[in-house]
Ligand binder design. Structure first.
Ligand code: HPA
Ligand code: ZN
Length: 319
């Protein structure tokens, strides 16, 4: 029985497996620059975040209809459930779809359809988090937020993703202010490729409740002290960090040092189709490569529920 856990850092577009990508490409008449799923899998070698993002945006262009988005999410939920995930807070990138002519309604209703039956079909409760692409303008993010108003019953929060370096959190100050006024929860990627100062800025300027990745906090002892004191959850993604070369090898991942420092860490999969594993695979990897013991694995799993956006009574049931 895999350890019951919540997944808090998961891009639904990053769960697109090669087989489904080719099936959807055929269904929707989209040409992919690869012969077959096997050849595509061999393209999964990345130099950095940007080289991954180039393929990630290219491949998600096979997603067109509500059915496509529902199928994508349902496939993820089935895989996640098999690895012990009992609750998933799922990112999606609306601008990456609206910019190629797919209406926001198609994306949200398609994902929503899979999420609506998730507890019943897979035993996984869910939340949806809408991310803004930080390498696009703040005006585009604001437009996206306002366009989402009719769907806010389906959306729990906002996040910030895509190319980090050169796109500091403060660029999105007003967008996050409006999101807060709309009652949305707030998270942001920070300190994956960007400097530790972006983590402080995400907390101070955007008012985030969790930091996605946050890995580079370890370069700033005062920041670590603050994150420990305020119990700010970090959604770490060890296999992603290796594949995108944020760390050299899994054996050198700072997770044990971060837990030693008292940081509130969680372990997640980020883009499991691209990075070699789902949530349970990430837990197995840190156990194997870093010697993280049973007690700490249980702490990571407990943290995942505590750091989630579950209501208190739901959380107690999960724990
Ligand atoms: N980092 C930033 N943006 C992303 C990622 C990531 O790991 N995955 C999908 N969008
Ligand atoms: Zn991510």
């Amino acid at each position: 029985m895999p350890l019951p856990k919540a997944e808090l850092h998961l891009h639904i577009e990053g769960t697109l497996e090669p087989g489904l990508a080719f099936a959807l490409a055929a269904r929707n008449g989209v040409e992919l620059p690869f012969k077959d799923a096997e050849e595509l899998r061999h393209a999964y070698h990345f130099e950095d975040l940007q080289s991954f993002l180039d393929l990630y945006y290219r491949l998600m262009a096979v997603l067109h209809t509500e059915d496509d988005f529902a199928e994508l999410a349902d496939a993820y939920l089935a895989r996640a459930a098999a690895q012990g995930v009992r609750h998933a807070e799922i990112f999606f990138d609306p601008q990456a779809h609206t910019s190629r002519g797919v209406p926001l309604a198609t994306v949200v209703e398609g994902l929503g359809r899979a999420l609506d039956t998730s507890e019943e079909r897979h035993g996984v409760s869910t939340r949806l988090i809408m991310c803004f692409l930080r390498d696009e303008s703040a005006a585009s993010a604001m437009e996206t937020l306002l366009a989402a108003k009719p769907y806010l019953h389906r959306i729990a929060g906002v996040g910030l993703d895509s190319a980090e370096a050169g796109h500091p959190p403060a660029k999105f100050r007003e967008v996050y202010e409006v999101a807060a006024e709309l009652g949305l929860r707030r998270v942001a990627h920070a300190g994956e490729e960007g400097p530790p100062a972006y983590i402080s800025e995400a907390l101070d300027v955007l008012g985030v409740e969790r930091v996605d990745h946050g890995l580079r906090c370890m370069e700033d002892p005062e920041l670590v002290e603050r994150l420990v004191r305020d119990r700010v959850p970090l959604t770490l993604c060890p296999l992603s960090n290796v594949r995108l070369r944020a760390v050299r090898t899994l054996e050198e991942h700072p997770l044990p040092a971060m837990m030693d420092a008292g940081l509130m860490c969680t372990v997640n999969s980020d883009d499991p189709s691209y990075f070699g594993g789902y949530a349970g695979d990430n837990f197995d990897a840190v156990q194997r490569a870093l010697g993280v013991g049973e007690e700490r694995l249980r702490e990571l799993a407990r943290n995942s529920f505590l750091a989630s956006f579950l209501e208190d009574d739901e959380e107690r049931r999960a724990l």
